[in-house]
Design a protein around this ligand. Structure first.
Ligand code: CA
Length: 227
């Protein structure tokens, strides 16, 4: 899940980025509307977390602009707490409105709640073969057994499982996992795929990740041979 955080308060932005990152989101941060516009023009976000009072304008303007082009879910995070502020935010297209200060676990739960809505990006439990990925709990299991994976690897697996049987291009897998600010080594994705293959095989997940040379990767259930 890739999230765009628009927040001009430096320490709050840092705290939010850290907490959301630990919760499995790849976070890009913008401290101004201008930077947010530039980031949004070049990436496909799953969720927008938007402060309203920004140095170069009102976050509601950005929301209105984005709403004309895409249906990206948005949560407003602001100190403005009057009823008319809330109504302006919700009527302006926000999916939720959170007044600061907010407890981090609640904010993360609200992010997930918005993403779980019909048409939202978070499905229920993804399944390929005997492999299950709970995209809310960020947990991968085979039967009763939990497979231990880092959050980045879970992110790669989620993208593959959401498009099971289809080739997922390299750029999609990389974009899904790494924020712009994170360093991406040339073979980081290959390393993640390799770890996933080993983990799935040793857990007997009944699924395999195939390489489509020069294009990307796909996951599919193993065939069981003769019926
Ligand atoms: Ca602000």
């Amino acid at each position: 899940m890739r999230l765009l955080l628009v927040e001009d308060h430096p320490s709050l932005a840092e705290g939010l980025s850290d907490a959301l990152g630990r919760a499995g989101f790849a976070v890009d941060h913008a401290a101004t509307l201008a930077k947010a516009r530039a980031l949004a023009a070049n990436a496909d976000y799953d969720l927008l977390l938007l402060d309203l009072g920004l140095p170069d304008g009102d976050g509601l303007n950005l929301l209105a602009e984005l709403r004309r082009e895409q249906a990206v879910p948005a949560i407003i995070l602001t100190a403005r707490e009057t009823l008319s502020d809330r109504l302006a935010g919700l009527d302006g297209g926000a999916d939720d409105y959170v007044v600061k200060p907010v407890e981090m676990p609640e904010l993360i739960a609200r992010c997930r709640a918005v993403l779980r809505r019909p048409g939202g990006r978070l499905g229920t439990v993804l399944a390929v073969g005997d492999l299950r990925l709970d995209s809310v709990q960020r947990r991968v299991t085979v039967g009763e057994q939990t497979i231990s994976l880092g959050q980045r690897d879970v992110g790669v697996l989620e993208q593959l499982m959401r498009r099971k049987g289809q080739v997922v291009p390299r750029r999609v897998l990389e974009a899904a996992v790494y924020a712009f600010s994170a360093e991406v080594t040339p073979n980081a994705l290959e390393a993640a795929i390799s770890r996933l293959r080993k983990a799935i095989e040793s857990a007997e997940g009944g699924a395999s990740i195939h390489t489509v040379r020069g294009v990307g990767w796909l996951i599919e259930a193993d065939t069981t041979g003769e019926p």
